[in-house]
Structures are given as C-alpha cells and as structure tokens.
Design a protein around this ligand. Structure first.
Ligand code: 1BN
Ligand code: ZN
Length: 346
C-alpha cells in the first residue's frame, strides 16, 4: 500500500472506530482486559508488512556484552560497551547522539562518568514513540545467596544485556525498513547504580533522570516502552501496575497485540508494581509501559533457576533466543502495523 493510501485508511479509521482500546478514557486505571478480536473497522485495513526479527543475532549481542565484563560505570567494560553501541547504531542511522553526564558515586569524592545514547529513526515524523532500556550493569550482586559475592558486579546478561540486544536488533530492522512512525531508541546509563537500603531509589534511574532534565521542550513522544529483563527462557510478562496507571490504553494495545500474535510469554493478568526507568518519564508526563519479567525482581518466581536477579548468576545460560524473538516480534508489529492501525491520531 502506498504511504498516501495507508494515510487515508488511517484517517478514515479515525472517524469510524468507536470501540478502540486506544480511545478509552484516560482515567481508566484497571488492569487491561483480555484481548478482544479486532473491531471490524480495524480489521478492514490490510496488515502492513512487518520485518522479521533476528533473535539469534540478538542473543549473540548478549554474549558479546557479557564478554566485555560487567558494564559498571567507570570501568573499561563500560567504555567498550559505549563504543560498541555507538558503532552498531551508527551503522543503522546517522542520527546518533551521545549524552555524557556525571553523577556522584557512593565513595567519598567519586564521580561517575555516564553516557546516554539516543538513536533516532524517521526523525522528521512528529508522531513519535520512545523505546528505552538500560545498558549498565549493577556494581553489586547484593541479592546473591552467598554474602561473599555481594561486592562483586552483576554480569547482567538479562538485567541490562537483553533489552540492549533487542533494541540493537530493532535498529538494524529500521535501517532496512523505514518505520511509518518516528522511533527514538534510548540506551540509558546508571539505571542500576542505587542501593535501596542506603538511600532508597535516589540513585537508581540516573540516565533517564538526566534525559528528562535535559529533554528539549519540543521532544514529546506519545508514549514510551521500556524493556527490562526480557530474555529469560521462562519469562513471564504481565502488565506492570505503574504502567497501567500511567498508560492504560497503551498497556492494552501492547498486551492485546501480544495475544493476537499468540506470544506465550505475555499474560493478561495483573502484574506487580515495580519502580523502574519508566518512573522519571511518567513524572515528566510521558505515558510509559514497562515490559519487565516482574517475577525475577525479589526472586518471587517459583522456579529455582529464575532466582538470579542481582546475583553473579545473571548469565546467558538462563536466556533464550525464543523469548527475545517474542519481544522483538511484538515491538516490530507495534511499530509497523498496530500503532498506525489502532491509534487513529497518527
Ligand atoms: C529493575 C532491574 N530494577 C533494577 N534492576 C529496578 C528496581 C529498583 C527494582 C529497585 C526494584 C527495586
Ligand atoms: Zn537490576
């Protein structure tokens, strides 16, 4: 379909659709309902071609990052990661911006040198979404069952590596197939630096806090999707409750699309409430959806091999290309097909 015909379809759909999830009242904060079949008017639009996601290549990117060593701020592995991301992203788009900033460390006089990396696609589009993940590794494996490991860094295959790998793969697909909406990819730093027992959440989410504080007034994505710990073999993605409060209609759009695609790791049941990188965005007025394997946090997953959050065992052996593939397919479907189809204000 030509761009113009597609645009006309969307414009007509905007007049016709009366029962669209994305049009529900903003104050609806309940857990999203189970997926409904598409409305007749939505299904009248032929599906747009969606690029396929190379999950094996994404898995290799996790191994590459883990091989650098833990990407802890102020370490050589962290610098290697920044170089790697910059190189991979510049191969996909000329619009790559590095945002260096500093923050105070926990040691006296310690300054953290941190860098956010932003890669933009379809930069002239005014209708934009922000997709983000953190790439830094936690400096302390303070949830490890062995206290002798509490001062060791986390390898962060899942908690940092997985979202980064999925987003790199999105960038590669968007290089080959220009997206119909604007997409900004934010690889943020310093998400996992905080010590909850020392100063609660004050020193988590450093990169997103800096991104929000320095954001130009005219950069206003319609909504954001955060990827955090998206690679576990037995991942379970349930609507996170801060996301449901902030963006009920977008949460519905994401989980309804996952159900329509038959993605087995996505469950339309009430998830936990988790503070994460989306909180500063929500506070800045950007509705945000956190796709997170919430059962990993606090080791509440029933399976013994899913209790590695913030331990030295956060390694690729727990992850699978299959899960990465589901997350990647979902995001590509949202970008190329469902957002243009279901959200008529495009
Ligand atoms: C998610 C993964 N988070 C850290 N690693 C955010 C978080 C911070 C979750 C504090 C729980 C407590
Ligand atoms: Zn973490």
């Amino acid at each position: 379909m030509t761009h113009l015909r597609r645009f006309l379809y969307i414009a007509v759909l905007g007049l016709l659709v009366t029962n669209c999830n994305s049009c529900k009242r903003e104050q609806d904060t309940s857990t999203p309902p189970p997926a409904q079949p598409s409305s007749p008017s939505a299904s009248a639009i032929p599906p747009a071609p969606v690029p396929s996601f190379d999950a094996d290549r994404a898995f290799k990117d996790i191994e590459t990052q883990v091989d650098f060593g833990p990407r802890v701020p102020n370490t050589p592995a962290h610098s290697k990661e920044v170089e790697f991301l910059q190189k991979e992203l510049l191969a996909c788009t000329p619009s790559v911006v590095l945002q260096p900033f500093t923050a105070q460390g926990y040691k006296a006089g310690e300054t953290l040198n941190l860098t956010n990396i932003i890669a933009s696609f379809n930069p002239s589009a005014t209708w934009r979404i922000l997709i983000l993940t953190h790439y830094d590794s936690r400096p302390w494996a303070d949830e490890d069952p062995n206290p002798a490991n509490h001062d060791k860094p986390v390898p962060a295959a899942n908690d940092g590596g997985s979202g980064t790998a999925v987003m790199l793969e999105l960038a590669r697909e968007m290089k080959e197939h220009a997206p119909p909406i604007g997409v900004d990819l934010l690889f943020d730093d310093g998400e996992d630096y905080g010590k909850y027992t020392v100063d609660e959440l004050n020193r988590y989410f450093l990169g997103v806090k800096n991104f929000v504080a320095s954001k130009p007034a005219n950069f206003n994505p319609r909504f954001a999707i955060l990827l955090d710990m998206v690679g576990d073999k037995n991942a379970q993605f349930e609507p996170e409750q801060n996301s449901v409060q902030s963006a009920p209609n977008y949460v519905s759009e994401v989980w309804n699309t996952a159900t329509a695609l038959g993605l087995s790791h996505f469950k339309s049941v009430q998830g936990q409430s988790i503070s994460d990188d989306h909180m500063p965005l929500i506070q800045a007025g950007i509705p945000s959806v956190d796709i997170i394997d919430g059962e990993l946090v606090g080791h509440v997953a029933p399976q013994p091999d899913r209790k590695y959050w913030h331990t030295i065992d956060d390694l690729p052996k727990h992850l699978s290309p299959e899960t990465l593939g589901e997350v990647g397919k979902l995001l590509l479907t949202l970008i190329y097909d469902r957002i243009p189809r279901d959200i008529p204000s495009l």
